[in-house]
Structures are given as structure tokens and as C-alpha cells.
Design a protein around this ligand. Structure first.
Ligand SMILES: [Zn+2]
Length: 304
């Protein structure tokens, strides 16, 4: 009996959604079911085909053009936040990509950040294409952007940020690594705009076939709870746990300026920062799990 009842309920939801889609346009009902792991994996494949993508390279510019085209074709507006910073290899030009969704009046301003870094770590003597590290999270974020774009009122409350220069040239210090997120956070802080954002999610290394999302121990407690609940509801709770040690990533500068931000990262990944970080280590299902949990968390908790 139960499966039948569920089927009837699902049909009712489906027909209501179809009838009222343009009228309400803000229903988050089941949007997580629309996330396609195959779509996300195709985006990652495309980025990986550009080759190694360190800051300032033509391959990274191709990535930018690809990401912007995908977002714009789904209805997002994309701006480039360009800046220079000094690195252990001299002055480097970086570009963050920022996506916002144009909405009708009254226009809600974005209040939640969804972020991913799209650069790959530079190696002089190895070909590092970063399928998981620098690739996977962008596939997830582009597919989330497509799903959100079906709901203008929800999409308009979100700002997408694709960070350049997450990777350190030598090792993470106050002045090496997190170039894009440090700059982005600083701009928000100096323009007094940080308070507009009530939270954020950073995606990083979310495609490992053997998926265990390891939340940093200093994750905002309420957000971690919300992610665990969303994972529970989707019956994928076994893929989410806490990391044993601290993790420095693009969420750090955002937390430092007072925007509670959680890092969805699977740091238990043996090919990390090796030439073995290639497409064969990833699965569409892992990307789907992370994308669906994030969308469920947004729809049922963060954007409520
Ligand atoms: Zn990395």
C-alpha cells in the first residue's frame, strides 16, 4: 500500500508543480531530484580536457569561458572579478567568476553563497589535471545552477562564486593559497556587504567514487546538522562524516568575515595532488549525492 500511496502523492506534486510553476515560481519541492550526476560529470570532463589549469594559463581562461557560457545559457548573469596578487612566483592575475540571477520585482538580493574553486595546482614536472581537485566541484555547482534557474525566486537569493587561485604555489600561508576567496571576502568586508549573506557552501573534491564527505571540525554546527539531516532524508548519511583534522579551504576567509560557511569536501582521497587525480577516479553518482544533499539543504533549511 505504501508505495502506491507515495506514487499518488508524487503525481499530485508533479501536477501541482506544472500548473503553478509560473505563478509561484519559488517552490523548492523536490528540486534535489532534478540534479543529474551525468550532467555534472560532463562538465568535469570538459574542464579536464582543457588540461592543467593553473592561474594565468590559457586553459584556465577556457574554463572561465565554458563556465560563463553554461551559466548564461541557464539564465544567470556572470561578472568577472579580476585582481592581481603577489605570489611566490611573482605577480599573478586572477579572476573570480560571480553569477547572479536576474529576477522580477521586488528583487530579492542574494543572501547565500555557493562556491567552488576552478584552478588546479601548478606542478612543474607532472601533468596534473585535477579531475577531483579543481574539477568535480564545478560540475556540481554548474548543475545546481541549472536546477535553481528553474525557480527564479530561489535562484535570485543565491550568489554563485567560482574562485580562482585556491591552490598554494608553495604551501598555505597567510599570503599563499586561497587567493580568490581571500580577495572576494576582503571586497565584501570593505564594502560592508558581508552582512547581506547569512551563509554559504563551498564545494571542493566531491567526485571520488568512494565518497566520504569529511566536514571540517570547525564547521558551523547548525549547518553541519542541516547537511546531516538532508543526507539522512536522502538515505546517503553514510557518505557524510567529520574530518579528524582541521581543513583550510575557501570557506575559511568567508567564516573570518562573519559569513557562516560550510565546506563540503572529501579529503580522504589518495590521488590528491598527484597525476593520478583523473576522471576514472570519479563517479556521476558521487556528484549526484553531493548535489542532491546541497539542494535539499538549501530548499528545506538554508533558504527557508
Ligand atoms: Zn588542491
Amino acid at each position: 500500500m505504501r508505495p502506491q500511496l507515495l506514487a499518488v502523492a508524487a503525481l499530485m506534486v508533479a501536477s501541482c508543480g506544472a500548473e503553478h510553476h509560473t505563478a509561484t515560481d519559488d517552490s523548492s519541492a523536490k528540486m534535489w531530484e532534478e540534479f543529474s550526476g551525468d550532467n555534472a560529470l560532463r562538465h568535469v570532463q570538459q574542464l579536464v580536457e582543457y588540461g592543467p589549469r593553473p592561474p594565468g594559463t590559457p586553459a584556465l581562461e577556457k574554463s572561465r569561458v565554458y563556465i560563463a557560457q553554461q551559466l548564461e545559457s541557464a539564465g544567470w548573469r556572470v561578472t568577472r572579478q579580476a585582481f592581481e596578487d603577489s605570489t611566490p612566483r611573482g605577480t599573478v592575475s586572477f579572476v573570480n567568476l560571480i553569477g547572479t540571477f536576474p529576477a522580477g520585482e521586488p528583487k530579492p538580493s542574494p543572501s547565500f553563497l555557493l562556491c567552488s574553486h576552478y584552478d588546479t595546482k601548478i606542478f612543474d614536472s607532472a601533468r596534473f589535471v585535477g579531475a577531483n581537485d579543481g574539477g568535480s566541484s564545478n560540475g556540481v555547482l554548474l548543475e545546481i545552477a541549472r536546477v535553481l534557474a528553474q525557480r527564479r525566486a530561489i535562484a535570485a537569493r543565491v550568489q554563485l562564486v567560482f574562485f580562482d587561485g585556491e591552490e598554494a604555489y608553495v604551501s598555505f600561508t597567510k599570503t599563499d593559497g586561497l587567493y580568490g576567496s581571500r580577495y572576494f571576502a576582503k571586497q565584501l568586508a570593505v564594502s560592508n556587504a558581508a552582512r547581506r549573506f547569512r551563509g554559504g557552501i563551498v564545494f571542493d573534491m566531491v567526485g571520488d567514487r568512494s565518497l566520504t564527505v569529511t566536514l571540517p571540525p570547525d564547521s558551523p554546527a547548525g549547518m553541519a546538522q542541516g547537511i546531516f539531516e538532508a543526507a539522512d532524508a536522502l538515505k546517503v548519511r553514510n557518505h557524510f562524516t567529520y574530518a579528524t583534522g582541521g581543513i583550510l579551504d575557501d570557506h575559511t576567509p568567508l567564516n573570518e568575515i562573519g559569513i557562516p560557511t560550510i565546506d563540503l569536501i572529501d579529503f580522504d582521497y589518495p590521488p590528491w595532488h598527484t597525476p593520478e587525480d583523473t576522471m576514472d577516479k570519479l563517479s556521476a553518482e558521487s556528484l549526484r549525492i553531493v548535489g542532491a544533499v546541497a539542494l535539499r539543504y538549501l530548499g528545506e533549511a538554508a533558504l527557508r
